[in-house]
Design a protein around this ligand. Structure first.
Ligand code: GLY
Length: 291
């Protein structure tokens, strides 16, 4: 178990940590990096040591149920259970991850807990990345992102969450974005910076999400169990949320209290559900993926 996280107020004010193994709140440690150093990103044991030196309490990150699942996986691997061996064999990664071929297959997605407490529209598989965007009364924007990445990841793997432009991005005069889902896909297109740049060119927050969906799709690496989802906010505070798959829920907190939001856009599996802007608006300028 290792954690990544970041905070960002703008291109000149950003902090991130990755590979924490002894501290439970990576975004809080990232904030210390932003506020108390001239650096942007600390990693691994040195990031944990930094957190210690700055007074953060340590914690055991592995919950009992996660430890039990990991031990069960080890037992099955040792017993030669092929379903426990590896989704990465083709990539030559020595069986470090279990199979996760997604829904519909025999062992599909079983490492990911179903549902999210029965909420309507909840993701078919549990997911633990949290992204937050904030805007204060003076219009100051901020973003934070926090994750354990993936279950059973290759040790040392770092996703999008602690990296500016990938898991989060803020340009104070333009807007902010934060992403969740498969970090490899998000990083591959620098999804959060793509979203903010779409707004810089005049697009709405929803246009920004459509732009990201189209770009991820164009890469052509989207597998059935992948998700990429975003929250996007422009400088005025207008917000849009959306993702490839159903189940990306957000919460908005404002003067009227807090409430759960269903996504403005679910790009797949029903592509007809694209918003009008995707076919008759700014986002039209994004070319459809080639076959
Ligand atoms: N989006 C979180 C991760 O892939 O690490």
């Amino acid at each position: 178990m290792s954690l990544d996280g970041a905070v960002m107020l703008g291109p000149a004010r950003f902090g991130g940590v990755c590979g924490l193994r002894r501290h439970l709140h990576p975004a809080a440690v990232a904030r210390l990096v932003m506020e108390r150093t001239e650096h942007r990103l600390l990693c691994g044991e040195d990031a944990d040591d930094f957190a210690d030196r700055h007074g953060m309490a340590g914690a055991d990150l592995l919950a009992e149920d996660a430890r039990a699942a990991w031990q069960d996986w080890q037992r099955r691997r040792a017993a030669g259970d092929a379903s426990a061996i590896d989704q990465s064999k083709d990539a030559g990664l020595l069986g470090l991850r279990p199979i996760d071929p997604g829904p519909g297959s025999k062992s599909g997605g079983r490492l990911f807990r179903p549902g999210s407490d029965g909420l309507e529209g909840a993701a078919p598989f549990g997911h633990d990345t949290i992204g937050v965007l904030a805007r204060d009364r003076e219009g100051l924007l901020g973003a934070a992102c926090s994750t354990s990445g993936l279950p059973f990841k290759v040790p040392g793997r770092v996703g999008d969450s602690p990296i500016a432009g990938h898991g989060l991005f803020v340009d104070p005069g333009v807007g902010a974005a934060t992403a969740t889902g498969t970090g490899e896909l998000i990083s591959g297109i620098c999804a959060s910076v793509v979203a903010v740049e779409t707004m810089r060119r005049g697009g709405s927050p929803l246009d920004a999400i459509v732009d990201v969906m189209r770009r991820v799709e164009a890469v052509g690496d989207l597998r059935p169990h992948h998700q990429v989802a975003l929250i996007v906010m422009d400088a005025s505070g207008a917000v849009a949320t959306g993702g490839f798959r159903p189940g990306f829920l957000s919460v908005v907190c404002d003067d009227d209290g807090s409430r759960i939001l269903q996504p403005d856009l679910v790009h797949r599996p029903d592509d007809e559900a694209l918003p009008e802007s995707a076919t008759d608006g700014f986002a039209k300028s994004v070319p459809p993926p080639t076959a």
